[in-house]
Design a protein around this ligand. Structure first.
Ligand code: SAH
Length: 243
């Protein structure tokens, strides 16, 4: 499990966020994966306002109460929306460039911290993990470490609100049957690498998880998973609480 921060010369998304904030435009944020064709993240989407957020995200913002932790907060779009509703939020990210932009945009408590850093000790009533927030867990084998960390950070009665997608549709055949190789790694374990201008980041693991698999791991780690809402395309919002 990585517990470090990003160096600015290895932080393409942070550089894209900084450009968009400073120049009101950005170039292509390119995404590579050994499993998929090259793709692109529209940088302006990272600055989405509540109105432009998908229903799953708006639902999560509505449900978030008490002291809120926004994990991997990026440009601070969710943190700012929560602050506007008068809610108290701490936004963390491993990108120094993103954290600087959050502070300049008015996020009151934006911190340069890796979620998995042992030194990161605090208590929250709601932990938000949005925009395929399960991704930060990286791989299924990290689930016990992840839930252990969540137990340390959650106040009694607190919850995690996380969105993810079931990537099974990528393996669905035209006749509706599935071609998932059960002997292979879990199909939601993806490797990504990003590039912005000449800045290329290191490759990293990103976990997409279906609700059933999430529930199984949660139960093994002493948590209960509840399906709050399903999106339009195999995506969903889950609430996780200590059992
Ligand atoms: N939540 C934002 C950004 C999503 S991109 C949004 O919805 O727009 C994921 C973010 O998570 C990136 O900014 C990345 O730097 C950050 N991140 C990745 N691993 C992290 C970790 N271990 N701890 C904290 N932040 C992390």
């Amino acid at each position: 499990m990585e517990t470090t921060l990003l160096a600015p010369e290895k932080d393409p998304m942070g550089a894209a966020i900084a450009d968009y904030f400073n120049l009101h435009k950005a170039e292509k944020l390119r995404v590579f994966s050994s499993q998929f064709d090259e793709d692109e993240i529209p940088v302006k989407d990272l600055f989405r306002t509540s109105k432009l957020m998908p229903l799953l995200e708006r639902t999560a913002l509505k449900l978030a109460t008490g002291r809120i932790l926004d994990v991997g907060a990026g440009s601070g779009c969710h943190a700012l929306a929560l602050q506007e509703q008068g809610k108290e939020v701490c936004a963390i990210d491993i990108s120094p460039l993103a954290v600087e932009v959050m502070q300049k945009r008015g996020v009151n408590n934006a911190r340069l911290v890796n979620l998995f850093d042992e030194q990161f000790v605090d208590t929250f009533d709601t932990i938000l993990m949005l925009m395929n927030g399960s991704g930060i867990i990286g791989r299924l084998e990290h689930m016990p470490v992840f839930f252990q960390k969540m137990k340390q950070l959650l106040s009694p009665g607190g919850c995690i609100l996380m969105d993810s997608s079931d990537l099974r549709y990528l393996f669905e055949d035209e006749d509706g049957s599935f071609l998932i190789n059960l002997a292979a790694d879990y199909y939601g374990e993806i490797d990504f690498q990003m590039q912005y201008k000449a800045i290329k980041g290191d490759s990293f693991d990103w976990l997409y998880i279906d609700f059933q698999t999430l529930s199984l791991y949660a139960a093994e780690c002493g948590f209960k998973a509840e399906l709050i809402k399903e999106g339009k395309h195999y995506d969903y919002l889950a609430k996780l609480t200590v059992e």
